[in-house]
Design a protein around this ligand. Structure first.
Ligand SMILES: *Cc1c(COP(=O)(O)O)cnc(C)c1O
Length: 396
């Protein structure tokens, strides 16, 4: 992979015809070290946010030893790449064959579940294994999050007693897990969910060995500036300390977005301008699924030399496919003289961006290039270290 100092330099040097994925390994390394050092428990990476083997290796090299996997393909990927890693199969509805392969061929011992059917399935698939960590997924609110994960999985606290009781009997270690939804904008998301965990433990009167607060840790995007991650960690840790769990109980979390968002961005070219619509060469079926389908806003910057002195105005984007739905409403703020042939960096696409690319209509990604400059926004470069905030980090 080629290495460059900045996206701007790259645009003028290469003038790429296809979109270029820009990766910043140092940003992913910094995120991993932050969680490893500051979260007082175990941080496991939720692989679905971005399964790039390069990223998995960077996280491993920087202290992330546990991986939350949800499919047998993710199990095979991580166990092939990082044979020493511990995998936790945290999808509450799995294929029986996937459980058996994970257990017998890849050494997976931790599984999540939210029904007694799934418990029976796990026990069948593992031939009544006695060394399992079983994490019961509780249903919690997604009210504080930008993306709900509340309706599909999770047993209601009021209905969790039998499942917790039966899982306790089957498990070597019993866990309770939940997911507050992605991009949780307040630490109260976790303290409120942990209050439900407390009620479930008290209701079922079981000994719990693992509390897994899931993912949801935020990154930063235009119009979404969350409190510092330390505030989330403190709220979680303080609440965990007060829970009626076993003396040696462990605290786990499963960040996906927070560990990967700053890792990658995208350089696109404007193929045509019509008023305030820019026709660019990547879109809804490429790395911009969330921008198209849920109106997510990503930071943008024009990569032109010399710099435009025009004032910013709001633009929308059309992607390259023939589909009307391939439209990203934004608004994306760019200089008013942005025109065909210009290159744009779209930032913070390391989570749920680059991972979701398809080849629909023949439009695929071009090269991947390593950049050594800073991501366009960061939750890890704080005002306590102003010397570390470089000039290309834009104000959102
Ligand atoms: C998607 C998912 C995660 C990661 O969520 P983020 O919001 O990206 O941190 C963690 N755990 C489970 C079970 C998930 O489904």
């Amino acid at each position: 992979m080629h290495k460059h100092h900045s996206a701007l330099g790259l645009a003028s040097l290469l003038k790429p015809v296809q979109p270029v994925t820009l990766v910043r390994p140092h940003a992913a390394a910094r995120a991993a070290r932050f969680f490893v050092e500051k979260f007082q428990g175990r941080s496991m990476y939720a692989v679905k946010a971005n399964p790039s083997p390069d990223l998995l290796q960077i996280l491993w090299d920087n202290g992330i030893t546990h991986y939350d996997v949800a499919s047998i393909a993710e199990v095979r990927l991580v166990s092939g790449l990082l044979p020493e890693a511990t995998l936790c199969f945290m999808h509450p509805v799995k294929a029986e064959e996937a459980i058996a392969e994970a257990y017998f061929d890849h050494g997976v011992r931790t599984f999540s579940l939210d029904s007694t059917e799934e418990l029976d399935k796990i026990m069948r698939a593992t031939k009544d294994a006695t060394d399992l960590t079983l994490c019961v997924r509780l249903r919690v609110s997604s009210d504080h999050s930008k993306l709900s994960l509340a309706s599909k999985f999770g047993v209601e606290v009021g209905k969790s007693k039998e499942l917790l009781f039966r899982a306790r009997q089957a498990a070597d270690a019993l866990g309770i897990c939940f997911h507050v939804g992605s991009q949780a904008m307040s630490p109260s998301a976790y303290t409120q969910a942990l209050a439900l965990v407390r009620a479930a433990i008290v209701g079922a009167a079981v000994t719990v060995d693992v509390i897994d607060v899931g993912g949801g840790f935020p990154s930063v995007y235009p119009g979404m500036e969350p409190p510092a991650l330390e505030a989330y960690f403190k709220a979680i840790h303080d609440t965990f300390e007060s829970l009626p769990v076993s003396y040696s109980a462990e605290l786990w979390c499963e960040p996906g977005r927070a560990l990967s968002a700053e890792y990658a961005s995208l350089m696109v070219r404007v193929e045509q301008r019509r008023g305030d619509e820019l026709y660019i060469n990547d879109g809804a079926y490429g790395a911009l699924f969330d921008a198209a389908h849920i109106g997510w806003r990503f930071p943008v910057q024009l990569l032109r030399e010399p710099e435009s002195d025009a004032r910013d105005m709001p633009f929308s984007f059309y992607g390259p496919t023939c589909d009307d739905m391939d439209r990203m409403a934004g608004p994306f703020m760019l200089p008013a003289d942005t025109r065909a042939g210009d290159y744009i960096e779209i930032g913070m696409l390391g989570a749920y961006g680059c991972a979701m690319r398809t080849g629909f209509n023949g439009f695929t990604a071009g090269d991947t290039v390593i950049l050594t400059d800073e991501p366009m926004a960061s939750v890890y470069l704080t005002e306590d270290e102003p010397q570390a905030v470089p000039s290309n980090v834009i104000k959102l």
